[in-house]
Design a protein around this ligand. Structure first.
Ligand SMILES: *[C@@H]1O[C@H](CO)[C@@H](O)[C@H](O)[C@H]1NC(C)=O
Ligand SMILES: *[C@@H]1O[C@H](CO)[C@@H](O)[C@H](O)[C@H]1NC(C)=O
Ligand SMILES: *[C@@H]1O[C@H](CO)[C@@H](O)[C@H](O)[C@H]1NC(C)=O
Ligand SMILES: *[C@@H]1O[C@H](CO)[C@@H](O)[C@H](O)[C@H]1NC(C)=O
Ligand SMILES: *[C@@H]1O[C@H](CO)[C@@H](O)[C@H](O)[C@H]1NC(C)=O
Length: 490
């Protein structure tokens, strides 16, 4: 009797071994018939077998690992927060539905699960006025420093997003130092004045502390948005690479002695085209103070990220800004975003990917009065268009983010994010792929292996997914597919 019982217990432990199979798939098709549609294949899963074949093959090699991800998202500008807070007042159910659809990163949520938010320190071209947190002339003791120069709806919205997403990574970035720290004497364009290096570092520390008192501990801080751009119609400033290095060194020291050891400093925040010069110079001068560099899409190409990576392979790469605009069509935009950011930037070592405004209205408003940024006949488009009647529409930017985000969100509550692993496509010029492993909190739980696949051919493409010596066949529609499976780690 005793022997029989122990045999049963032994069997029960051995039997329920899950098979390596694809059960979860998200699809967005070029014709918009499917828009981030979820398919649950658990009743008829796609198995990995030893004899599957197709003309194309996606070889996934989990033994070759790259950067750990922090996720995907956009910028919460004053304008985006203003529109969202108006929706909260007019239709709070819809507001919470929308926040959930964007930011719920729990396993199984019907949501893009965005985990990255970039937030301006002070105004940008998407604010209702230009300001910093201390606009009192020569206020070197920061007596008049006040984070509440920013609108209350910014922090209220951020707090609501945090209530949905506990793993949100907030990246703070100023569009200009206070005007009195500049040669031009104004927030609007001009150069940073070198005499104010220590004061500017102090200002940024105070910004980090002020966000902390609002309940927001930044994951990262940059020193200046687009430091090679000066535009007198909105907050901009030029800070050259050697000056940025000096500010970063001073700020790093202050942060380390004020409880911000875990917040990283990120250099550059500007276009791909100077990836091999400006951020490389910053690392040369002050590499110990900076975790890495951030890139934008408006000049150069994504492969320029390699110039920085080749010079400083141990430094992080972030992709923090690109805007949609109302002239593009759904499918060509979606392809561009995946090729260049949500697959492309990742395959060029970025730990994240982010668009510009999270939310704008159908005319790309509200924009800073008088700015020439994002103007003309092709206004900037938000990731989600939110209209004044409370209706909203996720745009192609949303679907690009969602497909990437889903693939890397932690599987376990407070578990690790996905890490990029090697993938190679053969037998097709139409498939563009990135692959991830998401490790588990408990060592005996199987890791999750996920793919983001862009099929830019004219029709469906059947491909084998080759993994751990076995293959599964999947027919990828013209569009974007995110899928995953679980498998024992070696
Ligand atoms: C995708 O989901 C939408 C909304 O649920 C539905 O209308 C549409 O038919 C689905 N598309 C496909 C191809 O299943
Ligand atoms: C995959 O294997 C399961 C058994 O684990 C089986 O029920 C299912 O039918 C198989 N799927 C296909 C598509 O053959
Ligand atoms: C997020 O989604 C999960 C799974 O659907 C759900 O249980 C949870 O309530 C959602 N979170 C919020 C804040 O609504
Ligand atoms: C700014 O203040 C500092 C000390 O607080 C002072 O030494 C300096 O002269 C002032 N500069 C201007 C331009 O007022
Ligand atoms: C890792 O490499 C070993 C041999 O080097 C191979 O047997 C194994 O299948 C690989 N694992 C994965 C997950 O690709």
């Amino acid at each position: 009797m005793m022997m029989f019982r122990s045999l049963l217990v032994g069997l029960a432990l051995v039997l329920p071994i899950a098979a390596q199979q694809i059960q979860d798939v998200w699809t967005t098709t070029s014709d918009k018939q499917s828009l981030f549609n979820y398919t649950d294949l658990s009743d008829n899963p796609i198995n990995f077998t030893s004899d599957a074949s197709a003309s194309a093959n996606i070889q996934v090699n989990a033994n070759k690992t790259y950067q750990e991800m922090i996720g995907f998202g956009a910028a919460l500008t004053d304008s985006s927060a203003q529109l969202l807070s108006k929706l909260k007042s007019s239709d709070s159910d819809k507001y919470w539905d929308l926040l959930n659809y964007m930011f719920n990163s729990s396993d199984g949520a019907k949501s893009a699960g965005m985990t990255f938010l970039r937030i301006p320190i002070g105004s940008s071209d998407f604010s209702d006025k230009s300001y910093t947190y201390d606009d009192t002339k020569n206020d070197t003791s920061f007596e008049h420093f006040d984070i509440d120069n920013a609108p209350a709806y910014l922090f209220d919205t951020l707090k609501d997003i945090q209530s949905i997403n506990s793993v949100l990574k907030v990246h703070l970035c100023p569009w200009s130092p206070p005007g009195w720290m500049k040669e031009s004497g104004t927030i609007l364009g001009g150069k940073f004045a070198s005499a104010y290096t220590g004061y500017y570092a102090q200002y940024l520390l105070k910004a980090l502390q002020a966000f902390q008192t609002k309940g927001i501990v930044a994951h990262a801080i940059s020193l200046q948005n687009e430091p090679q751009n000066s535009n007198p119609t909105y907050a901009t400033a030029q800070i050259d690479a050697s000056m940025e290095a000096k500010i970063g060194s001073e700020l790093r020291t202050k942060m380390d002695s004020n409880g911000f050891k875990d917040t990283i400093i990120v250099a550059y925040e500007h276009n791909w085209d100077n990836a091999g010069s400006y951020p490389v110079e910053v690392m040369k001068d002050a590499g110990d103070s900076f975790a890495g560099a951030a890139f934008h899409c408006y000049a150069g190409s994504v492969s320029d990220q390699d110039k920085f990576h080749d010079a400083y392979p141990d430094k992080d790469i972030y992709f923090t800004e690109c805007t949609g605009s109302f002239n593009g069509d759904f499918w060509s935009d979606l392809q561009w975003y995946l090729n260049n950011i949500f697959i492309g930037a990742v395959n060029h070592n970025s730990k994240n990917g982010a668009m510009w405004n999270l939310v704008l209205d159908g005319s790309g408003q509200p924009l800073l009065p008088g700015t020439d940024s994002c103007g003309g006949k092709n206004p900037c488009r938000g990731v989600v268009t939110l209209n004044s009647d409370g209706s909203y529409e996720p745009n192609q930017e949303f679907y690009a983010i969602a497909h990437a985000s889903k693939a890397v969100i932690p599987k376990d509550k407070n578990g690790p994010f996905g890490q990029r692993i090697d993938s190679t496509v053969s037998g097709s010029n139409d498939l563009v792929v990135t692959a991830y492993v998401t490790k588990r909190s408990a060592s005996n739980d199987w890791p999750r292996y996920s793919l983001v696949v862009l099929n830019q051919g004219d029709s469906d493409t059947s491909a084998t997914i080759e993994f751990g010596g076995k293959k599964a066949v999947y027919k990828f529609p013209k569009g974007v597919t995110t899928l995953w499976w679980y498998a024992a780690s070696d």
